[in-house]
Design a protein around this ligand. Structure first.
Ligand code: GLY
Length: 596
């Protein structure tokens, strides 16, 4: 027997306090990199990006957030490695040169197109809450939510890292090259040194107070008490030693206990964090597993847009936004018509309303996954947009669901750090992986040369609202809801686009708009990732500062939207797959695409 979900709590938009906190913590500042010295091909890729051109190739391609990491991935692909092999090299170098965004102390989601079988699958390596965590983890003695950074900085926010286990798992499933060889590029850079990028230096400067709270973190990022400067040659011998252990013993060194085990150091660092210790234990590490889950796919035009289901809200919210817009002719309207942005903005708001009500870790709460991307349900939601003006208010819908449920709305902030990697290999496999330690520099705790995540603050700090439970509340062993949206778009069962972005919950509109730009407006991937942003999640329509979107504010205001102008610092990395491969790297970040 089928029930329609019973939901009675009123839509409660993100409260002023939480929205204010989100605004106060702006996305990572945009900085420019100086990477030409790495290789001639990196220099060419940087020139293409500066000129607004995609990089073209025939056999393989890799696009990611830092040229050192992209070079490492390209070298692996050139040596005959698969996209899985290249991911290991790219991620381990990113953890060194872009440590504020992702690394061995964090988690990730991978969407994988397997050329041999023609299947798309996903791997969930999201951080897990400790078994000793309770729904009151982020509340004070009176049950009031903690201030965001009081929760983030220290051991309380650290979940079990998933990234080391993910790298080993994907290599075992789909790798070809020898595991130690894939860690060597990062070991070489960590021992030989690399130039601190302007982006990293700028972020260290901005976060110096928090980074100075813990001795190991301060010693690395603030040597002799001063923030690292751009261009300084930085080595990380502790990270190299970690990678050498990983090369010889595998990812188990992160999850095992005992003398010399990295896992024991992680636990000690969390439990002894001065001022804000956490409850992570060696049992939590020992029990951690990467979970293979079916991809969540939504129909858009004549494509299937496939991505990461719960605990990520990414594929559901991107799929809902596109599924609603499927009812409208955006191709004819075009990117310069404010009506396009009315529809995109309100479709996004409707998707965020459902996300806030329903989406959490499906191993702990039932989620109406299929109902949320059902074309008939989305056509009904689209009918709400048949007028000319902005929706006055937005509420969650009632997707078909085999459970009767009563949930209140969520208020997790999900502030942006994170990084996205897209890879196509010469065998036709496609990887789309978004990887994170959550906030920039995560919990600010460091051990063995890498930072520990603060992913648990992606849970709702409140467990209930007016006595009604929140789906994304903290529970022992549960994985916090994410917005990460690693995506592979297929047409007639064949992959045509790999894409994703960092950006906290803004990831969802970033990815949806870039897909629209590519499919509806015929933009190549470089144009699509560079498209000025307009982001509407909770009612205020954010327009990207310094772009032509700013000029659309009066027309959007006249429709009834409240607009704001801000830095919208995405990090979209995309590869289109057709007669050739074309790679695009977000001009707001330091990344590039390389191919052959
Ligand atoms: N921590 C960012 C996300 O998972 O969406």
């Amino acid at each position: 027997m089928r029930f329609i979900s019973c939901v009675v709590a009123a839509l409660l938009a993100l409260p002023a306090t939480a929205q204010d906190a989100a605004d106060a913590v702006a996305p990572e500042a945009a900085t420019q990199g100086q990477f030409e010295a790495i290789s001639p091909e990196v220099g060419k890729a940087l020139s293409a990006k500066a000129a607004g051109r995609p990089v073209a190739a025939q056999e393989w391609m890799v696009a990611a957030a830092n040229p050192h990491a992209v070079q490492a991935g390209a070298d692996v692909l050139r040596a005959g490695g698969t996209a899985a092999d290249a991911l290991v090299a790219v991620q381990t170098v990113l953890g060194l040169v872009e440590p504020q965004s992702s690394g061995l102390g964090g988690g990730a989601f991978l969407v994988w197109y397997d050329a041999a079988s023609g299947n798309v699958t996903t791997l969930d390596a999201r951080e897990a809450a400790p078994l000793a965590a309770t729904p009151r983890l982020f509340q004070d003695e009176d049950g009031a939510p903690l201030k965001f950074f009081d929760a983030v900085v220290g051991g309380r926010s650290v979940g079990v890292p998933g990234t080391p286990a993910l790298l080993e798992t994907l290599h075992e499933k789909w790798g070809r090259l020898e595991w130690p060889s894939l860690l060597q590029p990062a070991i070489t850079l960590a021992e030989g040194g690399f130039a601190v990028s302007p982006r990293l230096a700028g972020l260290v400067e901005r976060d110096a107070d928090r980074l100075s709270r813990f001795a190991e973190t301060a010693a690395y990022f603030l040597p002799e008490g001063a923030p690292l400067q751009a261009g300084t040659t930085l080595t990380n011998p502790a990270y190299a030693a970690t990678l050498r252990k990983m090369a010889s013993d595998g990812a188990r060194v992160f999850y095992a206990r005992g003398e010399g085990a990295i896992g024991s150091d992680i636990v000690a660092t969390v439990q002894n964090a001065p001022g804000n210790p956490g409850v992570l234990s060696e049992w939590d590490l020992a029990l951690y597993q990467v979970i293979e889950r079916p991809a969540v796919c939504a129909s858009y035009r004549d494509h299937d847009v496939c991505g990461m289901g719960p605990p990520s809200s990414g594929a559901l919210a991107v799929g809902q936004t596109l599924g609603i817009l499927n009812q409208f002719d955006l191709a004819t309207l075009g990117p310069d018509d404010p009506q396009s942005w009315r529809l995109i903005g309100d479709a996004s708001r409707l998707a965020f309303a459902d996300r806030g009500r329903y989406v959490a870790d499906t191993d702990f709460v039932p989620v109406p996954v299929q109902g949320m991307v059902d074309p008939a349900y989305l056509a009904g939601r689209a009918a709400l947009l048949f007028g000319d003006g902005a929706l006055e208010s937005v509420s969650p819908g009632a997707p078909e669901f085999e459970h009767a449920l009563l949930w209140a709305d969520d208020e997790a902030l999900e502030l942006p750090s994170t990084s996205h990697i897209s890879i196509v290999d010469s065998f036709g496999n496609v990887a789309s992986m978004t990887t994170t330690i959550e906030n920039a520099f995560g919990s600010r705790l460091m051990t063995n040369g890498f930072l520990l995540n603060n992913e648990l603050t992606d849970f709702s700090f409140r467990s209930h609202r007016d006595g009604v439970p929140i789906a994304n509340r903290v529970e022992p062993g549960k994985r916090p809801r994410s917005s990460m949206a690693p995506t592979i778009v297929l047409r007639d069962g064949r992959p045509v686009l790999a894409i994703g972005s960092p950006g906290g919950s803004r990831i969802i509109p970033y990815v949806a708009s870039a897909i629209i730009a590519h499919i509806d407006w015929g933009m190549n991937v470089q144009q699509a990732v560079a498209l000025p942003h307009a982001v509407n999640r909770f009612g205020t329509y954010d327009l990207e500062e310094g772009t032509k979107m700013e000029a659309m504010a009066p027309e959007l205001e006249a429709m009834g939207f409240t607009t704001g102008v801000r830095d919208l610092n995405s990090g979209l990395h995309a590869i289109s797959i057709g007669a050739n491969l074309q790679g695009g790297a977000d001009p707001r970040r330091e990344g590039i695409a390389l191919g052959q």
